[in-house]
Design a protein around this ligand. Structure first.
Ligand code: HEM
Length: 473
C-alpha cells in the first residue's frame, strides 16, 4: 500500500494551502466589499507602512511626491496608522467643516496625558462648543485690544537683551511667545508664582516629543511628574482666586472661572487647569516658529524689509510726536506688515497638516474610508499649490492684496476646531516687528538654508542672528 506521505500526496499540500488562502481572501473581500474602493496609494511594508520613507524623504516631499503620483486624495500608512491624505481645498473643507461630525480630532494618547484630557482639542460636541465659546471670548479683538501695552512691555524687555550678541531666534521667540501666553492665561494679577509655573511648564515641554515610556528617569516620566506638580499649583491658584472672586482676576483663567450664566461656566478645577495648559501649549511654539520665519524672510528680502521699516517708522513718528505708547489702532494701520505675516503663514505653513479620525465607515468623495482611519488635510500642500498661489516658492506678500480663493488659505485651520488665537498671534507678531524694524537691524549668522522639525518646521539651527541698534554700524 502507498504511504500517505508519498510524493503525489505531498504535492497536494501547497495546492490545497493556496486554495485555502484564496478562499479566505475571497471571503474577506466579500465581507469587506468596500476595500476595493479605498483611495489610491501605497500602504508600504506590513506594520511600519511608509513611516521610514516619511522620515528619509522629509514630510514636505513625502506628501507632494504622493500627491503628484496619486492625486488629491491618497492613502498611506504612517506612524502605525492607516491614513488618507487630502490636498484639495474643497475636500479639506468637507472634513473640517461640512462633514466634521464624521471626523473627530485625534492625538497620540501620550499628548493627551501631558496636556490634560479635558483640554478642548480632544473633544467634540457640547463640551467642546461650551469651552470654545469661552476661549474665543478671551481672544476676540475686543478682549485683547487692551493688552497691547502689556505685550509691548514684554517685547521691550526681550529686545534690550538681544543687542550686539548672537541669539538663537527660535529660542528667544519661544520665550517671548511663552510670556505673552502666560499673561493671556493668568492676566496681570501678581498673586502667583509665575516663575515656578514657567519652570514646571518647561520641564513638561521637554517630554512632548519623547517616546511615551513611563519608566523612572525617562523624559516622558519626568514630564508627567512636572505635569502633576503643575496640576497641584493650578488647583491652589484656582482655589485662591475663587476665594477672592475669580471672575475679576482677568486672563483666560478669569473667564473659565467666571460664572456669568450659571451652568454654562460650571467647570471643574481639572477642566480649567487642562484648558489653561492646552492654550499655553497651542499658543507659543506656533507663534514662535512663525516669528522666526518672518525674520528670515525679511532678512532674505531686503527691499521688502525697507518697505516694512518705512511703514513702521511712519507709525513711530506719530507715537513720538504724541508722546505715547503703541495702541491697538496703530496695529490696525500696518497693511504691508500684515501682508508679510499672511505670506509668512502661507510660505512657512508651520501647522502643515492636522489629524482627524473617521468615527464610522464613511463614504466620501466616491471612496470608502474605514472607521478608525486617520484623515489628514494637508494645509501646506494646498498653500504651496501653483493653482492657488502662483510661484508658490516665492515670498510675495503682494499676493494678499486680493483675498485668496475660498478654502485655499488655512494657516489657522477651518471649522469648529479652528484656532481661537488668530488675533492674538498676529498682534504679538506686529508689536515685535514694529520695535525690531524701527530700532534694530539684524544679520543672519551662517548661510545654512534648510528646515528642521520641532515638530513644526523651523529654519535650521533656530536661525542664529546678531542684532545691532540702528544708529551703530
Ligand atoms: C501663528 C500662530 C498660530 C498658528 C499658526 C495656529 C494654528 C492653529 C491651527 C491650524 C489650529 C487647528 C488645528 C486643528 O484643526 O486640528 C489651531 C487650534 C488651536 N489654537 Fe492655534 N495657532 C496659533 C496660535 C495660537 C494662539 C496664540 C493661541 C492662544 C489662544 C492658540 C490656541 C489654539 C487652540 C486652543 C486651538 C484648539 C481649538 C479647538 O480645538 O477648538 N493658537 N491653531
Amino acid at each position: 500500500m502507498q504511504s500517505f506521505m508519498s510524493t503525489p500526496y505531498l504535492l497536494l499540500i501547497p495546492v490545497l494551502s493556496f486554495c485555502l488562502l484564496l478562499l479566505l481572501f475571497i471571503q474577506w473581500r466579500n465581507t469587506h466589499p468596500n476595500r476595493s474602493r479605498l483611495p489610491p496609494g501605497s500602504m508600504g511594508w506590513p506594520y511600519v507602512g511608509e513611516t521610514l520613507k516619511l522620515y528619509t524623504e522629509s514630510p514636505i516631499s513625502f506628501f507632494s511626491n504622493r500627491q503628484r503620483r496619486y492625486g488629491d486624495i491618497f492613502k498611506t500608512h504612517i506612524l502605525g496608522c492607516p491614513c488618507v491624505m487630502i490636498s484639495s481645498p474643497e475636500v479639506a473643507r468637507s472634513v473640517l467643516v461640512s462633514e466634521a461630525h464624521l471626523f473627530k480630532p485625534t492625538y497620540p494618547p501620550s499628548k493627551e496625558k501631558m496636556i490634560g484630557p479635558e483640554a478642548l482639542f480632544f473633544h467634540q460636541g457640547d463640551y467642546h462648543s461650551r469651552l470654545k465659546k469661552l476661549v474665543q471670548a478671551s481672544f476676540l479683538p475686543s478682549a485683547i485690544r487692551s493688552s497691547v501695552s502689556r505685550i509691548e512691555t514684554i517685547v521691550l524687555k526681550f529686545l534690550s537683551t538681544w543687542q550686539t550678541r548672537t541669539i538663537n531666534t527660535l529660542n528667544e521667540m519661544k520665550m517671548y511667545a511663552f510670556d505673552v501666553a502666560i499673561n493671556s492665561a493668568f492676566g496681570d494679577k501678581r498673586d502667583m508664582d509665575v516663575e515656578g509655573i514657567k519652570h514646571l511648564y518647561q520641564r513638561l515641554e521637554k517630554g512632548y516629543n519623547s517616546m511615551p515610556l513611563n519608566l523612572p528617569g525617562t523624559p516622558f516620566n519626568k514630564s508627567m511628574k512636572a505635569r502633576r506638580i503643575l496640576n497641584e499649583k493650578l488647583r491652589k491658584l484656582i482655589e485662591k482666586r475663587r476665594r477672592e472672586g475669580g471672575e475679576e482676576s482677568g486672563g483666560l483663567l478669569g473667564v473659565l472661572m467666571g460664572n456669568k450664566d450659571g451652568k454654562l461656566n460650571n467647570l471643574s478645577d481639572a477642566q480649567i487647569g487642562d484648558n489653561i495648559i492646552g492654550v499655553i501649549f497651542a499658543a507659543h511654539d506656533t507663534t514662535a516658529s512663525v516669528l522666526t520665519w518672518a525674520l528670515k524672510y525679511l532678512h532674505d528680502n531686503q527691499c521688502l524689509l525697507e518697505a516694512v521699516t518705512r511703514e513702521q517708522e511712519g507709525i513711530r513718528h506719530n507715537i513720538v510726536e504724541e508722546n505715547r505708547g503703541l495702541t491697538w489702532d496703530d496695529t490696525r494701520h500696518m497693511p504691508l506688515t500684515s501682508r508679510v505675516i499672511q505670506e509668512t503663514l502661507r510660505e512657512a505653513s508651520v501647522v502643515s497638516f492636522t489629524f482627524r479620525e473617521a468615527v464610522q465607515d464613511v463614504e466620501f468623495e466616491g471612496y470608502f474610508i474605514p472607521k478608525g482611519w486617520k484623515v489628514l488635510p494637508l494645509f501646506r500642500t494646498i498653500h504651496h499649490s501653483e493653482d492657488f498661489f502662483p510661484q508658490p516658492q516665492k515670498f510675495d506678500p503682494s499676493r494678499f492684496e486680493v483675498p485668496p480663493k475660498p478654502n485655499t488659505y488655512m494657516p489657522f485651520g477651518n471649522g469648529v476646531h479652528s484656532c481661537p488665537g488668530t488675533e492674538l498671534a498676529k498682534l504679538e507678531i506686529l508689536i515685535l516687528l514694529h520695535h525690531l524694524t524701527t530700532t534694530y537691524r539684524w544679520e543672519v549668522i551662517g548661510n545654512e538654508d534648510g528646515v528642521q522639525y520641532i515638530p513644526f518646521p523651523v529654519p535650521k539651527r533656530g536661525l542664529p542672528i546678531k542684532v545691532y541698534p540702528k544708529n551703530n554700524n
